[in-house]
Design a protein around this ligand. Sequence first.
Ligand code: AP5
Ligand code: ZN
Length: 212
Amino acid sequence: PKLLLLGPPGAGKGTQSSNLVERFGVEHVTTGDALRSNKGMDISDLGLEYDTPGEYMDAGELVPDAVVNEIVKTALEEADGFVLDGYPRNLDQAEYLDSITDLDVVASLSVSRDELVGRLTGRRVCSDCGTNYHVEFDQPEEEGVCDECGSDLVQRDDDTEETVRERLRVFDENTQPVIDFYDEQGELVEIDGEGTPDEVWANLEAAVEERL
Ligand code: AP5
Ligand code: ZN
């Protein structure tokens, strides 16, 4: 199946995408991870504000559409079924997506603002395998060490309080209109993202199954 998972920063898109991958055998297509692996790429030929994706990301701003659209196009060409996470983030990207593929399910996770800030500023990620933890909600067995691979846990560069506020502002301005757009088309399934990860997953799994 072709699945799209929308939601603000910290809503649990990455966490729930892993469940979708396991349950439906789809490919995880995430622009955030793809860009983090290419933070230093030279995009100065675009002549825009910054010369690398990393500079946009550390400021909490959107990386230019030309860069992101290309990543998604290539990834979707290679994937049979997928869950798309972190894209589209503005209406132009949504229009581009519509021109290259169709979707079976569009779901969005909704979470209150205070909860989002707490999740993001408390998130820790494995410096090697990328597994997510949280200082309160999802602690590793040994403090600061990844359960999966034993590497150090670090804070993502864009998870500081100041950058988190900016990411949420950018979400309100650019990405909320995308969610409203799918809603107006009657395509959107809204999932309460506030329970435990297992509770959220139970609702999401049922909603996806019902629509396939
Ligand atoms: P990206 O990597 O996509 O970040 P994001 O959208 O801000 O989302 P996050 O990864 O922060 O959160 P998430 O919803 O996946 O939540 P998670 O499961 O990790 O983008 C980063 C940057 O890249 C952007 O700012 C932009 O610069 C650039 N970019 C990316 N895509 C782009 C695009 N399309 N166009 C332009 N630029 C783009 O969970 C968060 C935390 O909460 C974790 O610690 C987790 O353990 C915990 N948690 C999860 N679920 C629960 C729960 N139910 N209860 C309690 N805690 C929970
Ligand atoms: Zn690890």
